[in-house]
Design a protein around this ligand. Structure first.
Ligand SMILES: NC(=O)c1ccc[n+]([C@@H]2O[C@H](COP(=O)([O-])OP(=O)(O)OC[C@H]3O[C@@H](n4cnc5c(N)ncnc54)[C@H](OP(=O)(O)O)[C@@H]3O)[C@@H](O)[C@H]2O)c1
Length: 278
């Protein structure tokens, strides 16, 4: 039995499916079992990582868990997991955990990693860079108007498919030899924002226009769905990525034995999100 937290999310949902495909018994933890759409065969339990008291019993009978990062309670969650008999935790972290600066994304993931390092559990950290799913924020305007409004069309990124993050996590859950690893992950190519929009257009089989925003215009939209400090981090990251190819790491293939999926493949996998008929 392997317990997956964050199981309704982009990464956790793929971890659930990949563990099932490998023939494992899976228990999924969600705050909303009634609306969680989890695959048949998964044991679904209610629990909120932000309120460890709701997790009593959630880890019973499991030796391994996939942990979604919630820094405020990670100490208690790790303690509960250990007391329940868990030995190994594979945690979703971030490449930002490797940065020693004090931006909130780095601090949050370093907090989670430190707690797990001190927990007495065997740990593996999965540290992806930017997710391809971040570009789902473009889906409403692509569906409605075939347009992407964003700043910095020439900003490059090494976006990673959520299924590849999950594949690394699943490998670390199932195979020995990954304890103590901090796996930094990227997608297989550096691709600009304008090229990402072209890949979405190709997946849809129709034109999608890139309408360049000023950073100020973009910030006004972003703060409607993101905390302002995170919007500012993203904007300054994009500004610094214009014309600078993003570094590409071989980790996905090294750990899983399969090449990482490209952004154009991701766009095909998500064509329905951008309005392709189902
Ligand atoms: N986006 C990026 O570019 C990026 C880059 C590096 C690392 N990351 C890391 O990846 C995470 C996002 O992963 P994802 O896309 O798989 O997540 P996601 O799709 O946003 O959802 C993860 C699931 O976790 C559960 N959850 C979320 N917050 C929770 C909380 N405070 N307490 C309890 N459960 C909670 C929710 O499930 P229920 O509602 O079913 O409970 C949610 O569906 C980020 O938070 C960050 O740590 C992201």
């Amino acid at each position: 039995m392997i317990v997956v937290t964050g199981a309704t999310g982009n990464v956790g949902g793929n971890v659930v499916r990949q563990l099932l495909d490998a023939g494992e018994r899976v228990r999924a933890v969600t705050r909303s079992p009634d609306t969680a759409r989890l695959p048949r065969g998964v044991e679904v339990v209610r629990g909120d990582l932000a309120e460890p008291s709701t997790l009593t019993g959630a880890f019973d009978g499991a030796e391994r868990i996939f942990l979604f990062p919630v820094p405020s309670t990670v100490d208690s969650v790790a303690e509960l997991a250990k007391a329940s008999g868990v030995r190994r935790v594979v945690a979703l972290s971030s490449s930002a955990a490797a940065d020693q600066d004090d931006n909130p994304i780095s601090v949050m993931h370093r907090t989670v990693e430190r707690a797990l390092e001190n927990s007495g559990l065997d740990w593996t950290f999965v540290r992806p860079g930017g997710f391809a799913t971040n570009t789902l924020s473009w889906a409403p305007s692509v569906r409605a108007e075939s347009v992407v409004r964003a700043p910095y069309p020439d900003a490059a990124a090494n976006l990673i498919h959520e299924a590849d993050i999950a594949a690394v996590a699943t490998t670390a859950l199932l195979e020995d030899g990954h304890v103590g690893a901090r796996y930094e992950l990227t997608g297989p190519h550096s691709i600009t924002q304008a090229e990402q929009v072209q890949a979405i257009a190709a997946a849809l089989g129709r034109d999608v226009r890139f309408e360049e925003q000023t950073p100020e215009q973009a910030r006004r939209t972003m703060v409607e769905y993101l905390p302002a400090p995170i919007a500012d981090i993203l904007l300054s990251y994009w500004a610094g990525s214009v014309g600078v190819p993003a570094p590409v790491l071989p980790t996905v293939e090294q750990v899983t034995g399969r090449p990482a999926r490209s952004y154009p493949e991701w766009a095909v996998d998500h064509a329905e999100d951008f309005g392709a008929p189902s």
